[in-house]
Design a protein around this ligand. Structure first.
Ligand code: MN
Length: 203
């Protein structure tokens, strides 16, 4: 069974004005879809991996045959990262973290404003393309970090709770070179209920 594109949980214009409709449409129908198609194309050469979950594939890339490993790393990562990105955003979201995640964030980073500042700084510090993440370590503690390109926290033994795409394709139409403004507006669409669900369930 080939991997499939999860339907977008809201309309293209649902994240306006923080993220414009044209960006969401292109990002989902072109970029995300291309990662998916390239992943499936590569795995056709080694179809036994269609029986694996995407998490299992990305958690140990050394198990992937060398002839498709880089393609799977980049495009499997792109497929997985974007699925998280769409799910941890939504219309009429934003506000403050909820539940056990709120308490864990407070313990790890102090107040919410400090946490936001740290994550934005991490996103600004990513030279070129990549992601800024809040991830959970195997001991349950929280970490802010960045991955280049479409590398995933899974490959580092981390479980991503929320992640913000800092590739230019995620913001350039509306914000041009102003990544900082995209990052500061991004908080308005973060779905903290979904972040809490991810934190608690580890899925
Ligand atoms: Mn992207």
């Amino acid at each position: 069974m080939a991997f499939e594109l999860q339907s977008l949980p809201y309309g293209y214009n649902a994240l306006e004005p923080s993220i414009d409709a044209q960006t969401v449409e292109l990002h989902y129908t072109k970029h995300h879809t291309a990662y998916l198609n390239n992943l499936n194309g590569a795995l056709e050469k080694h179809p036994e991996f269609f029986n694996y979950s995407i998490e299992k594939i990305l958690s140990d890339l050394n198990q992937i045959p060398e002839d498709i490993r880089t393609t799977v790393r980049n495009n499997g990562g792109g497929y997985y990262n974007h699925t998280i990105y769409w799910n941890i955003m939504g219309p009429n979201k934003g506000g403050e973290p909820v539940g056990t995640l709120a308490a864990a964030l407070k313990q790890a980073f102090g107040d919410f404003a400090s946490f936001k500042k740290d994550l934005e700084k991490t996103g600004m510090g990513r030279f070129g393309s990549g992601w800024a993440w809040l991830s959970k370590k195997s001991d349950g503690s929280l970490l802010i970090h960045s991955t280049p390109n479409q590398d995933t926290p899974l490959a580092e033994g981390l479980f991503p709770i929320i992640g913000v795409d800092v590739w230019e394709h995620a913001y350039y139409l509306k914000y041009q070179n102003r990544r900082a403004e995209y990052l500061s507006n991004w908080w308005n669409v973060v779905n903290w209920e979904e972040a809490e669900r991810r934190f608690v369930s580890g899925q």
